[in-house]
Ligand binder design. Structure first.
Ligand SMILES: *Cc1c(COP(=O)(O)O)cnc(C)c1O
Length: 335
């Protein structure tokens, strides 16, 4: 149950949006079902070219905001293999904005995975490689660089964690309600992964504002609990501004960390076996950075907490990053 009057308002507040696809389907996930529990997967991995996924939602409002500001040059910050950089770059090019990349890494890194495709779109001249020891100063370095550009510049931090991405990110909550209506059910539990945390925060605030009772399980892949809580507090006023009302602090959620390959980007054998299992048994390509860890965590939590009712896991996309792991994948294929 939720406040349907408010849903109408929320749909208005997320406008105007770019016309990228943002409706994704849900279907049943056989592997995690147990007595009294039905599990579903939301296929945000089917959104956009090359499995841009949930990220595309942020760009729904971010790109129009850049256009409205008359931006000509955009500085994107992130790792050399970042999904955000890979998927934001083409949208900038399509809209006549020049991308300038500040990438964590070095020029002599092997050309594979996401980076191969990013470098196909952006020449070395427009890439600034930042070594790990300088990474804490990346915002200042980007700022200094922006002074030398003649056009109107915008600096976008890692994961596009800025208020301009918030209205677009809110479409995830709206689309989950549409899935519920279509399937004629309610999800008691929703599982979502968090990198920068913006999509999880937008979903959490939208659910709270709507009075939606679903419990949100958030898997923190990059941040600790305190950082996530601080980010939630930072974004809340922007959400309140959008809906023009005070929003009570969300209560119905829990924060989790991966039990396997805990640090961001790390993988291990169990993770690869899980990816193999989902490919063979569910016909799903899970990426090793986000979704494989999410569905592993979902399996554990469902069991530990003896969840009942309907459960939804969001496949947030990023499947293209699998192309960076040829060795691990070819070993699985021989099994
Ligand atoms: C970026 C990303 C996320 C996390 O989104 P945030 O808003 O940064 O938390 C999840 N899954 C995939 C595949 C991503 O690329």
């Amino acid at each position: 149950m939720y406040n349907s009057q408010r849903l109408k308002l929320l749909q208005q507040f997320t406008l105007p949006l770019a016309d990228y696809p943002w409706h994704s389907r849900c279907h049943e996930l056989k592997s995690i079902n147990q007595v009294g529990l039905r599990c579903y997967i939301k296929r945000d991995d089917e959104l956009g070219l090359l499995s841009a996924g949930s990220k595309l939602r942020k760009y729904l409002s971010l790109i129009p905001a850049l256009q409205a500001e008359g931006i000509s040059d955009v500085i994107l910050i992130g790792s050399a293999f970042s999904n955000h950089i890979l998927h934001c770059t083409p949208l900038l090019l399509q809209n006549n904005m020049r991308p300038h990349l500040f990438l964590l890494g070095s020029q002599d890194m092997p050309l594979l995975g996401n980076m191969l495709f990013t470098k196909l779109m952006v020449s070395e001249k427009q890439i600034n490689w930042i070594h790990r020891c300088d990474w804490p100063n990346v915002m200042r370095l980007a700022n200094d660089y922006s002074q030398q550009l003649t056009g109107k510049v915008k600096i976008i931090p890692e994961g596009a964690f800025i208020p301009e991405s918030l209205p677009g990110a809110m479409t995830l909550a709206i689309d989950i309600l549409r899935n519920e209506q279509q399937l004629d059910l309610e999800f008691q539990h929703v599982f979502i992964d968090a990198g920068s945390g913006l999509l999880a925060i937008a979903t959490l605030l939208a659910f709270a504002w709507l009075g939606k009772e679903s419990w949100l399980h958030i898997l923190l892949l990059a941040d600790d609990e305190q950082t996530f809580t601080d980010k939630l507090a930072h974004m809340t006023p922007f959400f309140c501004q959008l809906v023009g009302a005070k929003v009570d602090a969300p209560q119905r959620f829990s924060l989790h960390r991966p039990q396997q390959a805990r640090s961001f980007g790390a993988t291990n054998q169990r993770l690869w076996q899980k990816i193999h299992y989902y490919a063979r048994n569910e016909g799903l390509l899970l990426d090793p950075i986000y979704s494989a860890k999410l569905f592993m965590a979902m399996e554990t939590i469902v069991q530990q907490d003896q969840l009942i009712g309907n459960c939804l896991g969001i496949h947030s996309g990023g499947s293209l990053s699998l192309t960076g792991f040829h060795k691990q994948l070819s070993q699985l294929c021989n099994v």
